[in-house]
Write a protein that binds this ligand. Structure first.
Ligand SMILES: *Cc1c(COP(=O)(O)O)cnc(C)c1O
Length: 411
């Protein structure tokens, strides 16, 4: 008799966004003419940069020409893309990362989950609370947790609360943890980490033999020049950190799919016999076996991000969303609502007014303003009393949503 991976039955996931969808469709059914604006989605809205489209069109033509046709590519990605990334994203910032340490993939979501393949089953795992749900759910699926309690917290995970009281940066744990997930600029809070905060994490990881999983999907949204873009800007991070990057948010590739993971060759973890094993070798083996690379066409599109036109066009995209974020911040603040984030990330993290719960504020915003956001409690217990508003939308929708909110909340 076939059996299943029972760990899947522990998953509470699929609760947040389906519940949002359920409440929105119930409201829409009762109020069919309500002009609902969705500021809850973590997906981009603006079209692909011209430089990327042109490069992909040329690549399609290559595929139609016997002399330039490409079959299977290297599982790790083409050297020209890995080289462009190493030069532009790392070496230009003084990070000693080589092209061979960059693994091209079809997404950071998959990479953060797949990476667990090469780690043992008895690591102590720390996540922030609130958190990007993928980090938690993939560990549940891999059998690294116990059951969830009524707040949605899984047994066996170490939750590090991030709230206004600690500027949304977790306190370095007093206990030993083996794997730590950090996301900066942060989804959902929009917070960033200072160099000093990241240095404290790197020092902790080196002292405890831990590995940091550093998700920098929103790196391009950093506007403050003092904020590090990469964990490798911190001395010693090559010995304790893996970094995830994606073209999804900076270049609008959420539907095109291209990302990469950096695994330094100096990074090791322990085998059962106590010996040190290079994680680069394991990840290379894993990708060579279970992955056949990102399409040539898409990799050419990603390479174009690093051309002068691509750099200008992606900067314009990011600037557009960040102007939305600025409008959201300013308008909500004018309505007397406490806001965080939104200056180095496309998310504004709102303290719900009058101590409303996250879901009560959700209902109020939907009913009174016909605006949809994301309840903070859906990202973790410590997100209760907060609310995420996304800057990924048209200017028209952002302006209209803010007009409605300021009108109904103004004191
Ligand atoms: C959007 C996002 C990503 C990118 O995921 P892709 O699979 O590359 O599209 C990664 N991490 C976080 C926290 C995100 O919000």
């Amino acid at each position: 008799m076939a059996t299943i991976n029972d760990h899947y039955l522990k998953l509470k996931a699929g609760y947040l966004f389906p519940e949002i969808a359920r409440r929105v469709s119930a409201f829409a059914a009762e109020h069919p003419d309500a002009p609902i604006i969705r500021l809850g989605i973590g997906d981009v809205t603006e079209p692909l940069p011209q430089a990327c489209r042109s490069a992909m069109i040329r690549a399609v033509e290559d595929m139609g020409d016997r002399a330039h046709f490409k079959g299977y590519g290297p599982e790790q990605g083409y050297d020209w893309l890995r080289g462009a990334i190493a030069t532009h994203d790392f070496q230009s910032r003084g990070c000693p990362i080589e092209a061979s340490e960059i693994f091209i993939s079809d997404g950071s979501k998959c990479d953060t989950g797949n990476l667990l393949d090469i780690f043992g089953n008895h690591n102590v795992i720390a996540v922030t609370d609130p958190v990007y749900p993928v980090y938690v759910d993939t560990n549940v699926m891999a059998g690294h947790t116990g059951e969830a309690n009524e707040k949605g917290e899984y047994g066996g995970l170490v939750y590090l609360p991030i709230t206004a009281e600690n500027q949304f940066t977790a306190q370095i744990p007093s206990q030993k943890v083996d794997l730590i997930y950090l996301c900066f600029p942060n989804n959902p809070t929009g917070a960033t980490a200072t160099k000093a905060h990241l240095t404290a994490w790197v020092d902790y990881a080196k002292a405890n033999g831990s590995i940091i999983f550093f998700d920098a999907a929103y790196e391009a949204f950093i506007t403050d020049p003092s904020v590090p873009h990469s964990i490798y800007q911190i001395e010693g991070a090559r010995d304790c950190a893996i970094e995830f990057r994606s073209f999804s948010k900076n270049a609008g590739f959420t539907g095109t799919r291209c990302a990469f993971t950096v695994v330094p060759k100096t990074l090791t973890a322990k085998a059962a016999d106590g010996s040190d094993v290079e994680l680069w070798k394991l990840w290379n083996r894993r990708q060579s076996t279970k992955f056949n690379g990102v399409s040539y066409i898409v990799q050419r599109g990603a390479e174009a991000v690093y051309s002068p036109e691509g750099q200008a066009q992606t900067k314009a995209l990011v600037d557009f969303y960040m102007e939305n974020a600025k409008i959201i911040r300013e308008q909500l603040a004018a309505a007397g609502i406490q806001v965080y984030g939104g200056t180095n990330a496309p998310y504004v993290w709102v303290k719900t007014p009058n101590n409303l719960s996250s879901w009560d504020f959700f209902d109020k915003l939907l009913n009174v303003c016909n605006v949809v956001g994301t309840p903070g409690s859906g990202f973790g217990a410590a997100g209760e009393g907060y609310f995420r508003i996304s800057a990924f939308n048209s200017r028209e929708n952002v302006n209209e949503a803010m007009r409605r909110i300021t009108e109904s909340f103004k004191v």
